[in-house]
Design a protein around this ligand. Structure first.
Ligand SMILES: [Zn+2]
Length: 222
């Protein structure tokens, strides 16, 4: 695991930064695909983990959620409007565009549903981070924000690589993986005034360039 900020680590994965999983204090944020279980549990060995939270319920974020919660005997925390799909992943397809890639992810990556123990809402506290509702990519997506050192865990509001080619760079998530692209863009704009010092993405490496984030979001078309 790689330390990124006070109490924040990025678990290693392959290819690096393709699908990110973070340990934030004692909360595991996201859980990769259903094939990620072993690598996640291996890296968490010897660490205190008290809960598992999602940024949003997509197969590349909830895939190993049930297994990790079971192995560590920890509760599952999910944003309000993604909670039904976290318990019954067949519902993910209902809010995914009609495109072969989400269908492929559902076939090869999705994990089993799991009872949700805590519903996350705007302004809730998760390991010292504030929950921000940033819907659009999924109906319920949230980001996690720590004002004291301006760290933002962003989920897939933006990607810091091209998810099709793996080439680094800031992008909006592709329309064919996004429930409501216009709403997602409004959510991105909402984050602009935060001027985060460190942005942690679901896909792509950490970004420590506040200017780059602000300029990118500021330049998004209306
Ligand atoms: Zn994703």
């Amino acid at each position: 695991m790689r330390p990124l900020a006070d109490g924040v680590w990025l678990l290693s994965g392959f290819p690096p930064n393709a699908i990110n999983v973070y340990l934030v204090e004692d909360v595991l944020v996201d859980a990769g695909t259903r094939h990620a279980r072993r690598r996640i549990l291996r890296q968490l060995r010897g660490r205190k983990v008290a809960a598992h939270a999602l940024t949003h319920v997509h197969p590349d974020h909830q895939g190993s959620s049930k297994e990790v919660c079971a192995a560590l005997s920890i509760p599952f925390w999910v944003p309000e409007r993604d909670a039904a799909a976290a318990e019954n992943p067949a519902l993910i397809a209902k809010t995914s565009p009609d495109h072969f890639l989400p269908r492929l992810a559902m076939r090869h990556w999705v994990g089993p549903g799991r009872r949700v123990d805590r519903i996350l809402r705007e302004a809730d506290d998760v390991a010292g981070f504030r929950v921000l509702e940033v819907p659009g990519h999924t109906p319920g997506q949230v980001a996690y924000w720590r004002e004291s050192d301006r760290v933002l865990v962003l989920g897939d509001v933006l990607n810091n690589l091209n998810v099709m080619t793996g080439i680094p760079g800031l992008h909006e998530p592709p329309w064919f993986l996004t429930t409501d692209p216009a709403e997602n863009r409004r959510s991105a704009r909402r984050l602009l005034p935060l001027e985060p010092r460190l942005v942690l993405f679901g896909h792509g490496g950490p970004l420590r360039d506040t200017r780059k984030f602000v300029d990118f979001v500021g330049a998004l078309p209306a």
